[in-house]
Design a binder for this molecule. Sequence first.
Ligand SMILES: [Zn+2]
Length: 124
Amino acid sequence: MQQGGVHIHTPAAGAWAVCLCGNTGAMWEDPQAGKLVIATRGDKSNVLALGLNNQLLVRAIQASGRGQAWQDYRDWHDIATDAPGYVFDKSRAACWAVIYKVGTTSDTRWANEEELAVFLKALS
Ligand SMILES: [Zn+2]
């Protein structure tokens, strides 16, 4: 396993967004619903998804200019973890940032054979 080799990338809509090393790609299957497809030419066990709840980020942006008290942060965190049906919810991870295995949530899945072929062709 590579040490310190974390590659983070933002998925594209309708096209593969490929990570720095070119081994893994992500694509929105349904951007509105937040559904992702992930492909890799490497070992699937080395690929994890990182989900960040926009609700916390939005609160931070809205507070811009008036400083940030830790109580504000805890309030935003409380809002971001009140997310029934999502991995961020208090009944699940209870955190605005969640690391999970692809396919263990309802909104991520591995590419099927056809999609993987398109991904691999795009790399060549
Ligand atoms: Zn990579």
